[in-house]
Design a protein around this ligand. Sequence first.
Ligand code: NDP
Length: 502
Amino acid sequence: MTDNKMTEAKAKRPVLTTTAGSPWPNNQDSLTAGVRGSVLVQDYQLLEKLAHQNRERIPERTVHAKGWGARGKLHITHDIGRYTKAKVLKKGAVTPMLARFSTVAGELGAADAERDVRGFSLKFYTEEGNWDLVGNNTPIFFVRDGYKFPDFIHTQKRHPRTHLRSNTAMWDFWSLSPESLHQVTYLMGDRGLPTDPMHMNGYGSHTYSLWNEKGERYWVKFHFKTEQGVKFHTNEEAAEIIAGSRESFQEALFNTIESKKFPRWKFQIQIMPEKEAENLAFNPFDLTKVWYHADYPLIDVGYFELNHNVDDYFAEIEQAAFSPSNIVPGISWSPDKMLQARVFSYADAHRYRLGGNYEHIPVNQPRCPVHNYHRDGEMNTVGGNQLGGNVNAYYEPNSFNGAFEDKSAQEPPLRICGDAARYDHQGRGDDDYFQVRALFHVFDKGEKERLYNNTADAMKGVPDFIIERQLGHYAKVDKAYEQGVRAALKDKYNFGGKRNDL
Ligand code: NDP
């Protein structure tokens, strides 16, 4: 480049400034006493630069730390107005959205192509506020009571002494918690290792509710079926991918959208009338269960498409705060115990990670007006404390036309009955097994073989007594399941003889 061209190019560049906006003359050389001399403490911009770098990282998510996301739009193509008054679900509605996919257990730097459940979080910026569906790529989960969630996550994280992941901890917990069997079977099957975010389904997983203009409530399950088809890797393929790149999901999602092959997911629901839940043979609010398609057929609602990569990963994905507490009129929760625990714990995780005013961060800001009486707090960046310039209406009730309750947003009353007690959450009889059996029978011969091998791979180094306990659960699902895993364990580690993996 000639000197003239360089001067011209520089003329178009913005001026470097301090964080307070003042032009800054030198971003290369410290202010020193003499050419070889010590740095002067008054070189405030040097101190500012180093101090800011020390604060670049925020706490990573305790779970779902490694994630990949993009923006897009939700399109409603079918009329489900008889179930819900939610404007976001009206036929013809198009709503901007953000999606974040993730692994559960790995830290921020973990490899993408690991066998793990994938988070499938969606934020819809509706005209009635943000609606977040914080689901997974599986329709079920490992536990059904929030009491067990922190312990379950401890088994997925590092051992206190070795600082390594512990197969023993995982299988000890799972074998003592047979409600996990359905999800463990799903995880060890082909869908436990998708090729990338585009080739997996998403599920709201929990039972939620819809309510309509007449005040009628329906229980609902949300499904998002990939239009790209489900694709998976074997353990061996994944090991090869990880050896070449730890970022295979990020690369795949970013490059696909960048090359304008926009991925789509079909949006479907299952519906159960409110009263029907009382007479069902199993608990429809149990997160370890699905509703069978034959009993509750999938109903088409629309689709979403991801068509825009974010411009800044930290600002728009790392700072994105999804919470099942974010619902809109016409959509609500259910008595699902895990959902109720998550309604608290997700919002609380964001208060810890991002601060009490985390919804002021642009990616989390609703696209509709926000008026409430929350005051102040750290990083309060939305002008006027949500009062809309009405400075006298900073408490409620007030006589100064402050924001007022909207009774039409009140969901219909929910009948609750029963004595307050700590009811044993563990399944009775066949309760923890019958749906696992149904899934086992969905798997073809090849997938069953892979299930046995993947399970045996994951049991490396686990003591006999824990493996035997888990095999006992498989036997209750289907003798062939138990025998298949036992044979794979013998093959890999000489299980039943002198073990070669201990
Ligand atoms: P169906 O027998 O009607 O259909 C089988 C379901 O299994 C389909 O949803 C299919 O998803 C899914 N599936 C296919 N291969 C796999 C796999 N390798 N791993 C996990 N899921 C797979 O389902 P039912 O409703 O009668 O339920 C039977 C079993 O299917 C359940 O116990 C549950 O484990 C599983 N399942 C059920 C779902 C539900 O919401 N009812 C959802 C997902 C799984 P797809 O159509 O996308 O290919």
